[in-house]
Structure formats: C-alpha cells, structure tokens
Design a binder for this molecule. Structure first.
Ligand SMILES: [Zn+2]
Length: 379
C-alpha cells in the first residue's frame, strides 16, 4: 500500500519520507514513526503547531526539566491563580520575580524589612541598604550584618498556575490531532479513512476541528498513575460503532478527546503510546474511550468540562512538583552553606583541616543551614 502524507496528501517516497515524533520531543516525546508525513509537513507542523502546543506547556517542561534533543530551556514567568508572579529558572527551581523591601524611615534612623529569594540575596540587599543608610545618617549606629538573624521560610505553590486559559487554539489542537493520527498510522490503518482529521489538518475549506477538552469525573485512563505528569496518545475503533476515537493527555492534566472518523468501515484496532517524560520510560496505561459519538461532540462544546476535575488533576501534578522542588532546594542550600563555610574559613576545600578548624567549619556550615533546616522541619 503506498503511503500518503497525512497533512498534504502527497505520495511518500524515499526522498520525502521522514521520521515524525508521535508526541513532540520538546515536551519529552521519544517515539518516532515513518510513513506518516512528508519532510516539508514535518518541518512546518513542528515550527507552527508543535511549537504552539509546547509553548503552552513550556513551564511544565521547565519545572520538570524535560530532556529534549534540541533547544535549551530558558527562564519563564507565570502567574498563579491568586495573582502572584513566579519565575521558573532553567534548573527547574521556582522563585518570586523580585525581592520586596519595606523601608520605614524615622527621625533617628530607619527600620527595614527585606523579603528576598534566598539568604544570600537578603544579605546583599541589607548590606547595600546599610551603606546607603550610613551615608544618610552618619551619626546612626552602623548595621552589623553578622548580628542580624536571617530567617529562611519555605513556600510551596498552593495556588494553581494560571494556565488553563492559555491552553487550546487551533494550532495546538492540530498538533494533538496529528499525534492521534500518527497512532492510527502506527496501527497499520490507512489514515485516509480519517475523514474528520485529514481535512482539518490539511486546512481544507469548511473543515471542522475534531477535538475537545475532556474533564469528566469518569476517567478514561483506568490505571492512572496519580501525580505522574505522563503523556499519552491513544486511538481505538470498533467495527460496530464505525468510529475512530482518540484520547490525548499531556503532563497528566491536559486532556483531549478526538473523533478522527465517524464512517470507518475497517477492522477494529486500538493502540496507545504512553510515556513518563521525566525518564523517557514507556508506560503501560489502560485507556478506554467509553464515549459515544455524541459524547465526543459534547466535549467540543465544553459540555464535559468540570473545573473540579481539572483542578484536582493540576493539584496532583503540583504536589509532585513541590516534592521535586524541595529536593532541588535542599541540594542548593547545602551547596550554598558549603561555599559559605569555606569562605568564612578562607580555605578552598582542598587543604587538610586540623580537627579544630574542621569543627569550626562544621559550625559555619550548620549556622548557614539552620534556618533552612528549621523551615523544613516546620513544614
Ligand atoms: Zn506533507
């Protein structure tokens, strides 16, 4: 059977056949298939549809430190539902976008409250302020930084990220439909039978989007690994129903159902590709699209969009993120404390320390770590 490109319908041959990621690599997809789309459509759909979808999901790629073949991650800001701004750094850690400084000046001096992203930054700010203040109030007692108690306080993301509004759109939807269609091709079924998906991808006049959000209490992933930000693409058909249905989920919470064909006359088939993007490991998920044609069409009209289901899904993923973030933060704090202690001792870490110096070193280390350890204990 000759293969045609699922997007532009050109006949595939040795010179234009290409390997396409079933799930975009930028969010951690690994599996590739051949005999599906042409080289040109691969490049164009990657630069437009996949780019749009992966852009909408970029903070998750950052936070979870998703491995990708090409392109590095950059820091990105986003808002939580309660209106706070959070910045995600390329190493996946989160911080406030800026420190806050409250300065109350009195006749005899000033009182200042600094809230910074870490102790080092707080010390820098206070030392800068101290300099300014001693110029302004030459008679005031200078600030002794070492006498100030710096307290670290851990914060966890309690408010969901404001992202649901930025999901969707036709471009990202086309990327999703393409992924589902790739699984149809992978099953050895001629994609031309998907009379809903092919015109939509090809941008034919009058073609309708064939996907919708699915946030219903009845979960289509029967053995959902709670808290795991997995991706999955699943397609299934039933000779009796004459439908080819699809289900796609990204990062364990962005959920779509699709109707790729409603007049399918071939054999029954089902195929899934599920992956843990944190490790690249394939998962065995049991997915069953127990929906009729009209159920799926309802999804297109947001009729299966229960905000509680979305919030619960998001909450579960945020819990995983918080745990990963805590681990990263601990590593970071230990590293900072080690540097601090070396600095205090005026050593590089290569030389042998006497027993006394060693004890002193440990003292500096614990001094620096103490606020963090206390905050960990409290939380
Ligand atoms: Zn093509």
């Amino acid at each position: 059977m000759p293969h045609i490109c699922a997007i532009c319908s050109i006949l595939l041959n040795d010179s234009n056949n290409t390997k396409e990621h079933v799930i975009p690599n930028a969010i951690g997809g690994v599996k590739k298939i051949k005999n599906f789309i042409c080289n040109r459509c691969n490049n164009e759909s990657g630069a437009n549809w996949d780019f749009e979808l992966c852009g909408q999901l970029e903070h998750f790629s950052l936070l979870f430190q998703i491995n990708r073949d090409r392109g590095s991650l950059s820091k990105k800001e986003f808002k939580t539902v309660d209106g706070r701004k959070i910045r995600v750094l390329p190493d996946g850690s989160m911080e406030h976008t800026k420190p806050t400084i409250n300065l109350e000046e009195h006749a005899k001096g000033a009182k200042v409250h600094v809230s910074a992203r870490n102790i080092k930054e707080a010390k820098q700010i206070v030392s800068g302020l101290s300099q300014k203040m001693s110029e302004k109030y030459p008679k005031a007692k200078p600030i002794d930084i070492d006498a100030i108690e710096f307290k670290a306080q851990r914060e966890y993301l309690e408010s969901p990220l404001e992202i649901s509004k930025s999901y969707g759109g036709l471009s990202a939807g086309r990327s999703t439909v393409k992924s589902a269609l790739a699984m149809v091709a992978e099953s050895g079924v001629d994609v031309r039978c998907c009379e809903k998906a092919i015109p939509f991808l090809g941008g034919s006049k009058g073609s309708e989007p064939c996907f919708g959000f699915y946030y219903d209490k009845s979960d289509l992933v029967l053995n959902r690994p709670e808290g795991l930000p997995f991706h999955c693409v699943h397609v299934e058909s039933d000779e009796q129903e004459k439908l080819i249905k699809g289900y796609v989920e990204y990062f364990g919470h962005l959920r779509y159902v699709l109707l790729l064909s409603s007049n399918y006359s071939g054999r029954s088939f089902r195929a899934s590709y599920s992956i843990n993007p944190l490790t690249g490991e394939e998962l065995k998920l049991d997915i069953n699209i127990s929906l009729t044609k009209s159920d799926i069409l309802d999804c297109y009209q947001y009729k299966r969009y229960d905000a509680d289901v979305l919030n619960t899904a998001m909450g579960s993923i945020l819990g995983t993120l918080a745990a990963i973030d805590r681990e990263r933060q601990t590593e970071k704090e230990i590293h900072l404390a080690y540097e601090y202690a070396l600095n205090k001792m005026g050593v590089t870490g290569d030389e042998e320390l006497t027993k006394e110096d060693y004890m002193l070193f440990i003292n500096h280390l614990t001094d620096c770590l103490a606020p963090y350890l206390v905050s960990m204990y409290r939380s």
